[in-house]
Design a binder for this molecule. Structure first.
Ligand code: AMP
Length: 337
């Protein structure tokens, strides 16, 4: 166990996860727990950088934690917790904030994109959009993480984390922080919108038929797959340009069965679209049903609260030590030498 390299990853506390999230991220994270000492937290302090409805936020936190465990995160193997339960995140976040230059934050692509969107919507820009990379740096550095799995859009933030860690190590001439590396998953499939297969499947789509939720009932899954937009050739083969709809269904089928595209083409050589769609629905329902059952069981039991409490305690022990070391080094604990 101690041989394993440490990995920290955060889950956004938004509800309504789609099969895009499932195949694109969750399955990958579940597979990491075998190879890494994984710390997984619900990033509720990040969520409040934009306005949140209190009841929804609480609900989402619980849904996300329950869903990840239902999808295979094992709380005995992985340290699962809620970010705000470990106070050290905010404390180190502030400290790192003071070590960061405005230019470094203003340069972030995510800040530029998100602040533009916020300004268009509300006419003001929440300052959390600018400063959240320093909280993210704290999330990572508190645990001496070796790896942080991120999408391309977050690599810049891991680079800033390394810069801050190096800066602090140099300023105080100590090995205060481990320098983390961004791990960019390369093999994760991208699931497309069922009604417009040229764009990514997203829960924020206004068309209910465009996406499938992990928790959608089997009948609904079947309906959505059956009404997925396809061409009229009625031949199953992969071609993103001319057959984006069928190609997307092949990607889903491949993600579940492990079959390659040529193998799927072979399997459905003399079959029509209806037969293929039925097969896609069958495997998808078979994949999601046990998750949905576990989800319902966990939702009605007390285990989740206990696991999250234990996770927070374990994380907090490590985070506390790191924060004390940082504070001592900086002269914040005036009684310490
Ligand atoms: P979102 O739900 O859009 O905030 O995305 C959360 C994570 O899920 C991101 O890392 C995305 O890359 C991933 N993700 C979201 N939608 C899809 C999709 N349709 N296919 C693959 N990955 C996705």
């Amino acid at each position: 166990m101690s041989e394993k390299k440490r990995m920290v990853t955060a889950i956004a506390s938004s509800g309504n996860m789609t099969i895009g999230n499932y195949f694109g991220v969750i399955k990958q994270i579940v597979s990491y727990q075998q190879d890494y000492d994984l710390f997984l937290f619900i990033a509720n302090l990040h969520a409040i950088t934009t306005p949140q409805d209190k009841t929804k936020l609480k609900e989402n936190i619980k849904t996300m934690a329950t869903l990840y465990i239902a999808c295979g995160i094992d709380p005995q193997l992985t340290t699962v917790f809620i970010q705000s339960d470990v106070l050290e995140h905010a404390q180190l976040g502030w400290i790192l904030n003071t070590q960061t230059n405005m230019g470094e934050l203003e340069r972030m692509t995510q800040y530029k994109d998100k602040s533009l969107k916020a300004a268009n919507k509300t006419s003001y820009i929440p300052s959390g959009l600018l400063t959240y990379p320093t909280l993210m740096a704290a999330d990572i550095l508190l645990y001496d993480a070796n790896y942080v799995p991120v999408g391309i859009d977050q690599v810049q933030h891991v680079e800033l984390t390394r810069t801050l860690a190096e800066r602090m190590n140099k300023t105080y001439q100590q090995d205060l922080f481990v320098l983390p590396e961004a791990l960019i998953p390369t093999k994760t499939p991208k699931i497309m919108d069922l009604q417009d297969p040229t764009k990514k499947m997203s829960k924020s789509s206004t068309n209910e038929k465009a996406f499938i939720r992990i928790l959608d009932e089997p009948d609904l899954i079947r309906k959505k797959i059956n009404s997925a937009l396809t061409d009229s050739e009625d031949k199953v083969y992969y071609n993103l340009k001319t057959k984006p709809g069928i190609s997307n269904l092949m990607t889903i089928y491949s993600a579940i069965t492990g079959l390659t595209h040529p193998e799927i083409e072979q399997q459905f050589l003399n079959k029509n679209y209806q037969e293929f769609k039925t097969a896609v629905s069958d495997v998808l329902i078979k994949e999601l049903s046990p998750i949905q059952e576990r989800y319902q069981l966990l939702k009605s039991g007390d285990d989740l609260d206990q696991w999250l409490k234990e996770g927070a305690l374990k994380a907090q022990k490590i985070a506390y030590k790191k924060l004390q070391k940082v504070q001592n080094t900086m002269g914040l604990n005036y009684k310490r030498k």
